[in-house]
Design a protein around this ligand. Structure first.
Ligand code: GDP
Length: 180
C-alpha cells in the first residue's frame, strides 16, 4: 500500500456523563472489543483511538476521550473540550439520577466548545446498561428529549453485552463527517 494515497482524518470525541455510567467500558468495548467488569483507567484525562476504514483510501481515526474520574466535579475544564468535534453523553438506565444529570452535561458542552463556524458540536446520547433487568427505556420520552435538547439522537447500549455500540459510533461518525 502506498501511504501517500491514504487520507487520514483525526477527530477528537469526548465521552461525558456521571461516574460509573460506563464511559470507560464503552470506549474499551469499541476500541478493543473487550469488556472487563473491573477495568478502570487511572485517574486523569486519557484517550483511546479507533481507526475506521470509512472508504477505500479514507481512514477516519476517532480519538475518544475519557474524563476518567474528573466527572465528580460536575463540569470539565475548557482545556478538555478544546478541539473536540463531537461529544457523547452517557447515562445509566438503571440509575435515574444519571439521566437527571444529562442536561447539566449538555449545558457544560454548550458553554465550552463550538465548531470552527461557531455552530454547536454534534452530541449523541447513550442510555447504557440496557442488559440489566432493572433497565427500562422510554423511547418516546428520549425522542422528545433529544429534540428539545438538541441531541443528534440516542441509542440504548450495553458495553457488557456489546449491544448498539458499533451502531451508535457509526451514526456519530456520519454526523462528524457532515460537520468536519
Ligand atoms: P465510567 O466511570 O463512566 O467510566 O464507568 P465504567 O466504565 O468504569 O463502568 C462502571 C461500572 O459499570 C463497572 O463496574 C462496569 O463493569 C459496569 N458497566 C459498564 N457498562 C456496563 C453495561 O453495559 N452493563 C452492565 N451490566 N454493566 C456495565
Amino acid at each position: 500500500i502506498d501511504d501517500a494515497d491514504v487520507e487520514k482524518h483525526l477527530y477528537k470525541v469526548l465521552l461525558i456523563g456521571d461516574y460509573a455510567v460506563g464511559k470507560s467500558s464503552i470506549i474499551k468495548r469499541y476500541c478493543t472489543g473487550i469488556f472487563s467488569p473491573n477495568y478502570k483507567l487511572t485517574i486523569g484525562v486519557d484517550f483511546s483511538v479507533k481507526d475506521i476504514e470509512w472508504e477505500k483510501n479514507k481512514i477516519v481515526s476517532l480519538q475518544l476521550w475519557d474524563i476518567a474520574g474528573h466527572e465528580r466535579f460536575g463540569t470539565m475544564t475548557r482545556v478538555y473540550y478544546r478541539y473536540a468535534i463531537a461529544a457523547i453523553i452517557v447515562f445509566d438506565l438503571s440509575r435515574p439520577s444519571t439521566f437527571d444529570a444529562v442536561t447539566k452535561w449538555r449545558e457544560d458542552v454548550n458553554s465550552k466548545v463550538v465548531l470552527a463556524n461557531q455552530e454547536p458540536i454534534p452530541v449523541l446520547l447513550l442510555a447504557n446498561k440496557s442488559d440489566l433487568s432493572t433497565s427500562y427505556v422510554d423511547s418516546d420520552m428520549l425522542d422528545r428529549f433529544c429534540k428539545e435538547n438538541n441531541f443528534i439522537g440516542w441509542f440504548a447500549t450495553s458495553a457488557s453485552s456489546d449491544t448498539n455500540i458499533n451502531e451508535a459510533m457509526h451514526f456519530l461518525t456520519k454526523e462528524i463527517l457532515e460537520v468536519a
